[in-house]
Design a protein around this ligand. Sequence first.
Ligand code: ATP
Length: 645
Amino acid sequence: MTSTTDSGAGTDAGTDAGTDADAVRPTLRGLGRRWRQRREAAAHLRRLLPYARPGLVALTLAVHVVAGAAPVAFMAGTGFALQRVVTGEPATGWLAVALVAFVVQQLLAPVQLVLSRKVQRRVDAACIERLTSFAFHGATLAGLERPDVADRLAQAEEAFEQWTLTPGAALEGALALTARYTQLVGAVALLAVVVGPGAAAAALAVALVARVGQTEGFFRWGRLIRSFGPLRRRVTYVRELATGTRAAKEIRTLGLVGWLEDRYVAENRAVLEPTWRWRREVYGAPFVVYALVAAVGSVVALLLVARSGADVAAVSIAVQAVALCGRFGVIFPESDVKLVYGRSAWEAMLELEDAARRTGAPARADGAVLRPAREIALRDVRFGYTPDRPVLDGLDLELRVGTSTALVGVNGAGKTTLVKVLTGMYTPGAGSVLVDGTDLRGLDPDAWQRTFAATFQDFLRYELTLRENVAMGAIAHVDDDEGVAAELRRVGLGDWLDGLPQGLDTPLTRAVPGGRDLSGGQWQRVALARSLFAVRHGAGVLVLDEPTAQLDARGEAEFYDTFLDLTRGVTSLVISHRFSTVRRADRIVVLDGGRVTEAGTHDELVALGGEYARMFEVQARRFTDGSPPAGPAAGHADDDVEVAP
Ligand SMILES: Nc1ncnc2c1ncn2[C@@H]1O[C@H](COP(=O)(O)OP(=O)(O)OP(=O)(O)O)[C@@H](O)[C@H]1O
């Protein structure tokens, strides 16, 4: 396989620098590397065999061998029968061989097809399960957020969407090569018998040289195409923006249609032009050269046949055998195309697993939840998405069990990042997260993540029923209709629920009859109800990241009127730019420069006269005189502080 490190595939594609340079211009040193890659590729394909199961693989191989031998037997049967007729000997035996070979050939063609499809289906079904299981259990959030991992995932998904280019197709294509090689061996053996070993060796050599040359060019082409993945996906993204309904409103309102059209043409050209160029260079030119090698080689072999003094029948066999060897001068559509593209998908899956594993895969757990008894503490935590840019830099924070903490800070201060570290989705580069004094590294990460009920800014809108949308917070309790309805009432959706003809069974999508789409604010309330439902069923810590960003002023006021009630006795962490939310928390912490710079109650922080007091004053002034703030605060353009205290 083309390994992550040495292929360059999957790096920034679309520029010469981003592609596999060795694939474009082969070097002598590269030959050894590509030989290794071929061996690795074969080893990776063998790993698919168990998915197809040994019995089916053995049967498919046997059928391919017989199907490959049948045309050779037909050639031999007809040729030797002709010889017998010419010499006046009985030809019945050879005619029978030809007849049986012909019938077998006709009968086996559909059997080959059926078995091949079966191999593909079995392998692909197993690979899809493997990919799904990996996405759910094998990958950490940190892994999935890495561009190289996301790219491999997209590539593997794309293959399964198109079905013809899957790992199953690659294995099926590889097995189908058996028929071709059986034919080659048979043809060479026939040549050796009817003409002599010289002609046989020449035909074999020509076939193998042409084969290696053709596949080399084609496989190099496959690697280049693969390195184009990210760029092709960007073209798809721009096309979907233009043709999809989701962005239609904004694109038309902003007058972006022309710009987007130009962008699509430019992005598409950036893919197509090098593709055409490299197709000519990497695949087209070798194709012509090796097709010529095969043609010239076949002519030479035929000349050897002509000079051998063989009789008419032997010449007839030899000509057919040479023609069969000559077919190795072109790409085999039933095998090579599937092998190149399908193998790419399989290798993307393997690389995906490998890359994500290096970020530390989460362990599978038994559904247990860790419940802190006293406090969760972050001690001198340092974390950055890249080593050179720390987002959290020596952060200390305690969350006392049963109390509410509000986190305040300007855009990009690292509030969401702190939640990711706190919930164990990311591991700090230095420092530690302590649960009642025990380092999180020694605890079950799955159980720890289940401790949290979280509503993130980009919460999910599941196209499922209202009941399922809420019960997702604790899916084992999906039958708790009373609990689901109670949480919907707590977030202010009681009257709306009562007015729904299908009640909790209402699908939250317009894509199905009777379904409803919700406003942004209604969706946010449903997401809040989901977190509250999780707390109702055992989650120990409630995290709300901008929980009211999409609520109208009344909705927000209602939410915060009941905030204390909603979170009473629950350990909660609320991130908000809105001080009406923040001031009600038991403790407020200000995040700045990657660390906590102020902590206390609202009154304490206002009295302190620091950053919190300044931000609070900005909001208060907006509320009282409606004018933009002046003075030093005006410099903080990122301070998204809008609602009055
Ligand atoms: N997945 C990621 N990969 C790389 N950088 C990231 C990622 N997520 C966030 N960042 C960067 O980390 C920094 C902190 O982002 P974070 O989302 O934690 O800020 P925040 O305080 O929650 O901001 P906001 O108030 O706008 O929601 C930002 O500079 C952001 O660009």
